[in-house]
Every structure is written in C-alpha cells, then in structure tokens.
Design a protein around this ligand. Structure first.
Ligand code: SF4
Ligand code: FES
Length: 249
C-alpha cells in the first residue's frame, strides 16, 4: 500500500516549522502509525537525509510516549487508542496522512514530532504522590479496602500521562489527567491522608500552564487509558473539599 505522508518538521523550539511530503510504498494494514514512521525513517536514512524525530518506548500502549497528531486527532482516528496501536488497516492505497506533534500551548515542540510534556510532570511533582512516611506494608486485614473501591482506584490509576487529553481539548485543559490522579490517590487509605494539601498543590500548578474545562468531552474520546469524564468532576469535588477544610489535611 502506498501512503503519502505530510510530516511536520521543526529543527528546534525556535524554528517556525513546515510540512514535508514523503511517500511510503510498502505500508501494510498491520503496521501502526509508529511503525509507519520507522519505515519512513529507514527510507530517509537510506537517502542520507535526517530522520523524523518522534518518541516511542513500550509500543504496547503503556508508557504514553508515542502520541502524535494524525489528521488532526491526537493519537489517531481510532478512539481511545495510543499511536503505537493505531493500525493502518482503515487506510486505502494512495491515501494522504498528516502527521504532526501533539498541539497545545503547554507542550512546546522540541523537534519534529517530539513535544515537551514536562508541564504534566510538574503537576505530579507538586502533589501527585504520597509524601508522608507510609511505613512498612500493613497486614492485609488491618487496612480494609473494598474490592469495588480498589477497582475504581485502579481504573483511575490507568492514566499513562500521554497528554492527548490536553491536545484534544479546545481549551488546552488538563482536567482529565489531574482528575484521574486525584481520584486514584484519594480513594486509597494512604493517599487519603494528604488529600486537601495535594488538591491545593496540584490544582495551583495546573492553573499555571493549562486552560479551564468547559466539558467538551474531547479528552475522554482520545484517552488510551479510557479515563472516564467523571474524573473531571473529581477535580471540582476535591477543589471544593480542600477549600472548605483548609486546616484539616
Ligand atoms: S487522562 Fe488519558 S489522555 Fe490524558 S494523559 Fe492520562 S492517559 Fe493520556
Ligand atoms: S510507545 Fe508506549 S504507549 Fe505507545
């Protein structure tokens, strides 16, 4: 299958960037978007040209590094699927595909398809962790967590930090990401202990770089971890709770 790729090239954060047109003649339906970029780079290297810079690591939808924008959609056209799992089976021979970085004011382009997502890391550094000395592992029956509660925490802990939710949001909001972290930690006994302090710190950091949430819902449509929109309600709930109980935690 022959595919025509319109690929974003940008030498560094100050470069204005431009699209380059390339053709890949031997793409197969089983290939992922990331493997298509591998194939393109093989060609470019054979021609003595600079390969396209992009990120990938696990190639199993786990690490969150591979996100690119495919025809305007973060990660690609298949909903809730990371770029490394977006297959080419739906494309016809001769199809043109536009590949560009995740687009958001909070994610400056470093080079070609690689963006700087450290604004998300800063939110985690501000409070997305357990900072108190938690001690050794307690006995299994001394700290009871219901199965339902553990499942809900695990569902929220599935966020892989890819940043696609931010890129999909017309406001550049990070509420799905932040809500998933707040929910996951506040549902479990150890995380509960710094709940208010955590919410204040993470939300203050979030407001530095990201926009407000208007509940468009685009974030949940692209999220490869299927974090539900209810995570956004957790942001408001934790913000209100931390405001009303300033001195408690
Ligand atoms: S909430 Fe989903 S889309 Fe957003 S960073 Fe986490 S995994 Fe990626
Ligand atoms: S390479 Fe790890 S999620 Fe795609």
């Amino acid at each position: 299958m022959r595919l025509v790729l319109e690929v974003w090239r940008q030498d560094d954060p100050r470069d204005q960037g431009r699209y380059e047109i390339h053709e890949v003649d031997d793409a197969t339906p089983e290939m992922s978007i990331v493997e298509l970029l591998d194939r393109l780079n093989d060609q470019l290297v054979e021609e003595g040209r600079e390969p396209v810079a992009f990120e990938s690591d696990c190639r199993e939808g786990i690490c969150g590094s591979c996100g690119v924008t495919v025809d305007g959609i973060p990660h690609g056209p298949q909903p809730n699927t990371a770029s490394c799992h977006q297959r080419l089976a739906g494309y016809q021979d001769g199809r043109r595909i536009r590949l560009e970085p995740l687009r958001s004011a909070a994610f400056p382009v470093i080079r070609d398809l690689i963006v700087d997502r450290s604004a998300l890391d800063q939110i985690i550094t501000a409070g997305g962790h357990v900072a108190i000395p938690a001690g050794g592992a307690p006995g299994a029956d001394s700290l009871l967590v219901s199965h339902e509660q553990a499942e809900r925490a695990l569902d929220m802990a599935a966020c892989i930090g890819c940043g696609a939710c931010v890129a999909a949001c017309p406001n550049g909001a990070a509420h799905l990401f932040v809500g998933s972290k707040l929910a996951h930690l506040s549902l479990l006994p150890t995380g509960k202990q710094e709940r208010g302090k955590r919410a204040r710190a993470m939300l203050a950091e979030m407001e530095q770089d990201f926009g407000p949430c208007s509940l468009y819902g685009e974030c949940a449509r692209v999220c490869p971890a299927k974090i539900p929109l209810t995570a956004i309600a957790v942001v408001d709930k934790e913000a209100l709770r931390s405001f009303l109980r300033q001195g408690d935690d």
